[in-house]
Design a protein around this ligand. Sequence first.
Ligand code: DAK
Length: 258
Amino acid sequence: MAYATLLTEVEGAVALITLNRPEALNALNDQLMNELTEVLDSYEADPEIRCVILTGSTRAFAAGADIKAMRTQSYMDAYMGDFITRNWERAATFRKPIIAAVAGYALGGGCELAMMCDFIIAAENAQFGQPEITLGVMPGAGGTQRLTRFVGKSKAMEMCLTGRRIAAEEAERCGLVSRVVATDQLLTEAWEAARKVASMSLPITMMTKESVNAAYETSLSQGVMFERRLFHSMFATADQKEGMAAFVEKRPAAFRHE
Ligand code: DAK
């Protein structure tokens, strides 16, 4: 399937989605978000895909929602038309593992999109920020919520109130990204991580992701109970039998994803 604003590539059980609006530093418009929703729908339905990488260009992961498309919106346009709402959360609801590989600018909606992924690998040249305040608005796709959970109140407040960008090293220090890699190694590292994830049992990676995400939605005791129930359920899977048998027999596991 060819898309106007995305490039896609599948190798084995890993799919790579590249945001591709270079003329606008991958600014996120309705068409791009619709296409991203469509491709994620198709990867979620495809049993052969077990991990997805979302990336941009070396210059920009995404410089935010498309300001040129937003500037003339009225309140009624935005509210009644459900402006960029229906197609904005698909990465966050995607059930399989999804890794953001971020180089260059990840600003506004771009930073929010990266935060919807399961973890972020950042290139040395990556810059993260929520500059919406400089445009007379505030973050609208989780910037005040996910960023605060990831980096804490003080840094999230400073970023949202001043628009200050943080570089990759600071982003790693404050827990926004899992690690920083050389810019020219970003995709190599992302593919390696994605292949590793895809080599595990798919239902088990999906449940693990669900359990980590529950930490952001529940109390500790409810979250631990949710984890325990999922953990117990894993003894019903063929892959638990295979994984543990493989360990005992000193051989690599051959998961069947069931
Ligand atoms: N939108 C549209 N075009 C953009 C853009 C953007 N966000 N960012 C860059 N571009 C375009 C520039 O206009 C320019 O196009 P031409 O003028 O050549 O036609 C081209 O990309 C190259 O940009 P620059 O010439 O500015 O490049 P520089 O290297 O000088 O600067 C920059 C790069 C990233 C620092 C600068 O472009 C910049 O500050 N961009 C805007 C960053 C920003 O403010 N982002 C936040 C946007 S607001 C919601 C969901 C999401 C959102 C809201 C609600 N709901 C679900 C309700 C999100 C809102 C936002 O993200």
